[in-house]
Design a protein around this ligand. Structure first.
Ligand code: ACO
Length: 351
């Protein structure tokens, strides 16, 4: 038995404004049929003017802390939370990090709090960071949040990105435990390839553009993506990372009950599932209802599967993600019993 980080709380949040495919088709040269067939997405949520990433992060974090209190039966569990890690690529401000403000609003002032940026892999990087701090004894209990509001950085005229991305937040509470407990994170695989940085980017807004006297070309403030190359890289790297992690922890693809992968495109999910020898009903899917929510994607898909009880106690679950950077990452766990997860308002609304 060794010290490990154990999942004991889970929650999510999406904004109140739903944007079905039909609403995009009314504004752009696209159609519900194209978006459904090429991505599997039918709806996404966007924040209202004045709202920000931290608002969603606080809502998801509050639900995850509540879930941990109910799951552990300890009404004072929050007192031992000493770490907040927020994965986001759309912080409230370029400076400072958003995590300290989120911690403060959750009543966790004084704890270690910082942001992690790995775009769609952000949650897995944040989870690995928090779990490592717990196993090293540098933290006892961590709130790990993935939250993004890509609607704030999309080009309103870009049918490709607007069809895919939605806003949201998901959060997990990790406590110190042992690696033989259900819910223990059994290992990580993390990787990157900076030679592909240009495939997923917001060109303007950082120090490179600000350090020059020339204003950036129009449109460089928006998120841009080479869709086809990203598709290929996503399938390749999520499959590779999943296999590396499985080898590391001594599982085979056929041992898995459920794959909770980054929700980018149903065709990507199917291709990764195929590489691992999984049937379609073993794939967690909620992108039809929320789109690609970037750092929120994996924890929101986890929350959705837990609420719908497609994750059962004891299930062998693999989480994998891929995103800008390029970055990728995977982890695995036996799904814990009696994890109390509240419904995410909006996510289950009929399509
Ligand atoms: N509606 C109608 N037509 C569209 C739309 C749309 N919403 N989007 C693209 N098209 C068009 C293209 O313009 C192109 O038209 P053309 O042939 O006249 O040039 C045509 O459809 C085919 O384009 P492709 O890019 O080949 O379409 P594809 O089937 O590859 O689907 C998509 C595009 C959905 C973007 C896909 O490539 C994809 O899912 N890529 C991966 C995205 C991803 O995984 N992102 C996650 C990582 S991002 C992150 O980390 C933040």
């Amino acid at each position: 038995m060794t010290r490990a980080a154990v999942v004991c709380g889970l929650g999510g949040a999406v904004p109140s404004t739903a944007v079905p495919n039909s609403a995009l088709a009314a504004q752009l040269d696209t159609s519900d049929a194209w978006i459904r067939a090429r991505t599997g997405i039918r709806r996404r949520y966007v924040i209202a003017p004045g709202e920000a990433t931290s608002d969603l992060a606080v809502a998801a974090g509050r639900r995850a802390l509540d879930s941990a209190r109910r799951t552990t039966g300890d009404p004072h569990a929050d007192h031992t939370t000493d770490l907040v890690v927020l994965a986001t690529s759309t912080p409230d401000h370029p400076c400072p990090a958003t995590a300290p403000a989120v911690a403060h609003r959750l009543g966790l002032s004084g704890v270690a709090a910082f942001d992690v940026g790995a775009v769609c892999t952000g949650f897995l990087y944040a989870l690995a960071t928090a779990a490592s701090m717990i196993t090293a004894g540098a933290a006892q209990r961590a709130l790990v949040i993935g939250a993004d509001t890509f609607s704030t950085i999309l080009d309103p005229a870009d049918r490709t990105t607007r069809a895919i991305f939605g806003d949201g937040a998901g959060a997990v509470v990790l406590r110190a435990g042992t690696d033989d407990e259900p819910g223990a994170l059994l290992g990580f695989d993390l990787g990157s390839d900076g030679s592909g940085a240009e495939l997923i980017t917001v060109r303007a807004g950082g120090s490179r553009q600000r350090s020059t006297a020339t204003p950036p070309p129009a449109g460089d403030e928006f998120f841009a993506m080479e869709g086809r190359s990203v598709f290929t890289e996503a399938v390749l790297n999520m499959s590779k990372s999943a296999h590396t992690l499985l080898d590391r922890i001594g599982w085979r693809g056929t041992d898995l009950d459920r794959l909770v992968a980054h929700q980018a495109n149903i065709r990507i999910l199917r291709a990764v599932g195929e590489q691992l020898g999984l049937a379609e009903d073993q794939l967690a899917v909620n992108l039809d209802r929320v789109g690609n929510t970037v750092a929120a994607s994996v924890p929101l898909a986890l929350a959705d599967a837990a609420i719908r009880r497609t994750l059962r106690p004891g299930d062998r679950v693999l989480l994998t993600g891929f995103g800008g950077g390029l970055t990728w990452g995977s982890t695995a766990l036996h799904w814990p019993s009696a994890l109390h997860v509240e419904p995410v308002p909006g996510m289950a609304d009929p399509l």
